[in-house]
Design a protein around this ligand. Structure first.
Ligand SMILES: CC(C)(COP(=O)(O)OP(=O)(O)OC[C@H]1O[C@@H](n2cnc3c(N)ncnc32)[C@H](O)[C@@H]1OP(=O)(O)O)[C@@H](O)C(=O)NCCC(=O)NCCS
Length: 153
């Protein structure tokens, strides 16, 4: 599998040294980003972190947490400078593959209702909506619902 730009993608686990780069991407990608503390807790606190890289530079990352036979996708982000080139699809394939290796039967996530781009990616990949968490996310003008999606692995 290759991304549209012709770059040779690499998948590797996130390490604490990635923190500054993740924070920079996070702040570019979201109006309400994870904080340095959120990222540090995830990197050090036992969540599984995967990255896709180009020549060693982080292009995108995913944090996940296993609970019984389910993998919960906590954060899934592609650097805005590299979006729309197939990296999201590539990283999602790596997430599913890792979850299967860890004997997970299902992948679960929450996504903002307004996040058309991400929802389109997840639907195209076979995710379906299994729930709605009302007023789940803060947003600049109040709060926003989360769509809960899942797919079998
Ligand atoms: C959502 C996100 C991960 C997609 O990654 P990406 O690298 O841009 O996506 P890809 O280039 O791999 O495209 C995969 C699919 O995503 C959807 N997509 C990508 N760009 C899109 C756009 N501008 N408009 C609508 N859908 C789009 C399409 O379904 C696309 O498939 P297609 O090319 O066959 O139509 C990325 O845009 C991102 O990080 N956004 C900000 C953070 C975020 O919202 N993360 C998800 C939180 S739940």
């Amino acid at each position: 599998m290759s991304v549209d730009s012709g770059a040779v993608p690499e998948i590797s686990e996130l390490v604490p040294e990635d923190l500054d780069n993740l924070l920079a991407i996070e702040q570019k990608a979201y109006s309400i980003p994870w904080t340095r503390g959120n990222l540090k807790d995830s990197l050090l606190g036992g969540h599984l972190g995967l990255s896709c890289r180009q020549e060693g530079v982080v292009v995108g990352y995913a944090f996940m947490m296993k609970a019984l036979d389910e993998m919960h996708l906590l954060n899934f982000t592609i650097d805005p400078d590299h979006q729309g080139k197939g990296w999201g699809r590539y990283l999602l394939a790596a997430v599913k593959s890792r979850a299967r290796e860890m004997n997970c039967q299902r992948l679960l996530l929450e996504v903002r209702q307004s996040n058309v781009r991400a929802i389109r990616l997840y639907r195209a990949d076979g995710f379906t909506q299994i729930g709605l968490r009302r007023q789940y996310y803060p947003c600049p003008h109040g709060r926003e619902d989360a769509i809960v999606m899942s797919r079998t692995l």
